[in-house]
Every structure is written in structure tokens, then in C-alpha cells.
Design a binder for this molecule. Structure first.
Ligand code: MN
Length: 406
């Protein structure tokens, strides 16, 4: 079990009218928030962040619980600034150390950080900064564009690149603290770190006179140096420290909460379940196809013609060459042989003759046969007009025999 002792102080300083810093510390959690924004909005943002992290941590004392609590604080401050015009532009830094319990049940210190408030670790009088400032000048130092000396006097050294409540998304630096018994942690707002150099910080914060005395002396030194900003300090000293079973060191970014898209889900649902419209379209489509097939079939079998069936003449139903898959079929065979027709008549048997019905087709066959018979007995009747043979045609129709029926 990791344990610490603590002392804390916050001071308005000598220049500012109000203190927009907020500080919270207990046996397992330490937080400093440095609020920004006019008309006391900074105080509101800092207080909201402290309360959100405190509540979130005590509900879930894990790394995830702490990260989620800062994400929640971010959403709360963003929402409040949107609802209240006088809070427009407010935000806050946050630096927090919590004793977090991991999956193996080990309790160890975890640091979370957004903005330019700082955390230092002190051991044997030496001081090491644990947090990277999220300010324009410090980001440029890390990118190699500025030296630390240039950054210290750069006009954009106070301009933050990240903050709580500034944007819908927030990136949080999270790291496990590896400490030993007797190590101290110093958390502070920039009102302390801007006024005192690292050697002064290290000397006062490491002094063996006790934590309360060290904190008082740090605030006093910052005031003596000018006290141009609010000054907040938390000093922790570990009695006993465990190291996390799987230490973390990463930046955790969050996307804004997903926006409800009811229209999209409705569209997906509509696509999965066919509506009555789809069914109606399908029925109509099938009806059109069936109708088309019926029309083609009607056309294919709408006529009759005389054709050969072996040696004899037969009446076929259908188009001589067929239509699509509707082939002509024999409906009646006659006893008239092909050779019992004159050459002209034979030419009419085949693909080109068409007759509107079965009776007419049979009449035509009989007529052609009659012409041939006349040719066999006399030599003058080959030119007999068709109109004079009506009686003959109707009586000789009985010579046919049925072979197939439609
Ligand atoms: Mn400040």
C-alpha cells in the first residue's frame, strides 16, 4: 500500500484581484487547477474540474477512472461555456496525482496532466520535472524550434496548446510515477514555477523542516519574486511507494461523444426490411414479364401454314421459323402427298404460306391438291381461279385425318 503525507497552499499573489487557481488534496488524491477566463469564469472552470475529478476518482480509483473524470470535466466545462455567455472562453489546466489500483490490486501513484501546471519529483535535494508544459513555446522546444532559454522569455510561453473545457476533444498526458520512500512530489501552478528558478524550487521544497513549512516558504518566495499570478502548491512525501504492475506513460486523446444520427439508422432499417413499395414493384415487374411472354406466345401461335410431314402435307400452327422458344407444331396431317401437287403448289408449301385459321389451311391444301387432279385429267384447268372452287374445297375437306390437336 502506497502512502503519502501532504501539505498545500494557494495564494492570490500580489497583482491579481482574484484567485482563479483551485487546490484539492487528501490521502489518495492531489489536484491543482489553474482557471482562465474573464469575469470569474476561470474560477468556475477550475472548481468544476476539481469537483469532477474528485468525484470521478472516488467512484473509480483506477487510471481509467481518473482519465474518464477529466474527460467528464472537459465536457462539463465546454457545455457550461456554451450555455452561459459570460463563461465564453473559460477553461482550466489540471494536474492531478492519484493513488490508483491496477488489475493486480496494486496501489501506485499516477500523474495526469493538461496545460502548464507542473509536477516535480524531489529526491536527495535534486528536482526533476515530470510534466511537459502544453504551451506553444514549450511545444516548440520539444520540436527543436526553440532552446529552453529562448522559450523562457518567448512571448507565447503562456499560450496554452491544451486545456480542460477548451475544445470538444481533449488529450491527457498519463504516466505512472516511479518513486521511493522519502521522495517528494511538488505540484504547482505557473504562478510558482514562473517566479522561481529550479534551484530555488529544489532547495525550498527539499528542506527537511516539514511539508507545511516548505509550502509556506515556497509561496512566500514567489510573492517576494513578484507574485504576478496566483500561486498554488501541493507537496507530497511518500512514506511507502509501490510501483504499478504495468506502468503507463502515454497521451490519451478522446473524440467528442458520438452524435446521434437517427436518419442514418432509419435508412439502414428501411434497406433491410422490404416495404410494400418494394413488393408492389416486384409484383408489377413479374406481371410485365408474364404479359410479355403471353404476347410473344400469342404472336408465335397466331397463324397456320402448310408444311411437309414426311411425304404428306400437314397443317402447322405457329410461325414457319418459330418465335424464340415457341416452335411450330403439327395440328393436322393430311393424306395428300407432296407429289400430288403441281410444281406451283409445291412451292407454296413451306415457310411462306400463312393462313388465319385451321379450316382455311385445310381448304388451301385441298385446293392445291384439286388443281393437281385437274391437271391429271384435263389440260385446261390449271388456270382455274380460286373463287370458283369454293364448293369443292368445302366438300373435300373431309379427306383429312386428324394427327394432332392443338
Ligand atoms: Mn496561472
Amino acid at each position: 500500500m502506497t502512502r503519502w503525507r501532504f501539505a498545500a497552499a494557494t495564494d492570490t499573489g500580489l497583482v491579481r484581484q482574484t484567485n482563479q487557481d483551485a487546490v484539492y488534496v487528501d490521502d489518495t488524491l492531489a489536484i491543482i487547477a489553474d482557471g482562465m477566463g474573464g469575469h470569474a469564469a476561470g474560477e468556475v472552470a477550475a472548481a468544476m474540474a476539481i469537483e469532477a475529478v474528485r468525484r470521478g476518482y472516488h467512484e473509480n480509483a483506477s487510471v481509467e477512472g481518473l482519465v474518464e473524470s477529466i474527460q467528464y470535466a472537459n465536457r462539463e466545462v465546454v457545455a457550461d461555456a456554451r450555455e452561459n455567455p459570460e463563461h465564453f472562453g473559460m477553461g482550466t489546466t489540471i494536474i492531478a496525482v492519484g493513488l490508483t489500483v491496477d488489475l493486480e490490486g496494486r496501489t501506485s501513484p499516477t500523474l495526469l496532466h493538461v496545460g502548464d501546471s507542473r509536477a516535480y519529483q524531489l529526491r536527495d535535494g535534486a528536482l526533476r520535472q515530470l510534466s511537459d508544459d502544453h504551451s506553444v513555446a514549450e511545444e516548440w522546444v520539444r520540436m527543436g524550434r526553440l532552446t529552453p532559454e529562448e522559450a523562457a522569455v518567448h512571448p507565447r510561453r503562456h499560450q496554452l496548446t491544451r486545456g480542460v473545457g477548451v475544445e470538444d476533444t481533449i488529450s491527457i498526458d498519463v504516466s505512472s510515477i516511479v518513486a521511493a520512500s522519502g521522495d517528494r512530489l511538488l505540484l504547482c501552478s505557473d504562478g510558482l514555477s514562473n517566479e522561481l528558478d529550479q534551484d530555488t524550487l529544489a532547495r525550498i521544497a527539499s528542506a527537511p523542516n516539514g511539508l507545511e513549512m516548505a509550502v509556506e516558504q515556497l509561496v512566500a518566495a514567489a510573492r517576494a519574486s513578484g507574485g504576478r499570478d496566483n500561486i498554488s502548491v501541493i507537496l507530497l512525501e511518500f512514506d511507502e511507494v509501490k510501483v504499478a504492475s504495468s506502468p503507463v506513460r502515454r497521451t490519451m486523446s478522446t473524440a467528442p461523444p458520438p452524435v446521434e444520427r437517427p436518419t442514418k439508422t432509419a435508412r439502414v432499417r428501411r434497406r433491410r426490411v422490404p416495404t410494400w413499395r418494394a413488393w408492389a414493384f416486384l409484383v408489377l415487374f413479374l406481371a410485365v414479364v408474364a404479359g410479355g411472354v403471353a404476347i410473344v406466345r400469342w404472336y408465335a401461335y397466331s397463324t397456320y401454314y402448310l408444311g411437309e410431314d414426311g411425304n404428306t402435307i400437314a397443317v402447322y400452327e405457329g410461325q414457319p421459323n418459330g418465335v424464340l422458344w415457341f416452335k411450330p407444331k403439327i395440328v393436322k396431317d393430311t393424306t395428300i402427298l407432296i407429289k400430288q401437287l403441281q410444281p406451283d403448289g409445291r412451292a407454296e408449301v413451306g415457310a411462306t404460306i400463312s393462313e388465319p385459321n385451321l379450316t382455311e389451311a385445310l381448304t388451301e391444301a385441298t385446293y392445291l391438291h384439286h388443281l393437281w387432279r385437274m391437271g391429271q385429267t384435263t389440260t385446261t384447268t390449271t388456270t382455274t381461279p380460286r373463287s370458283t372452287t369454293t364448293t369443292t374445297r368445302s366438300t373435300t375437306a373431309s379427306t383429312t385425318t386428324t394427327k394432332a390437336s392443338g
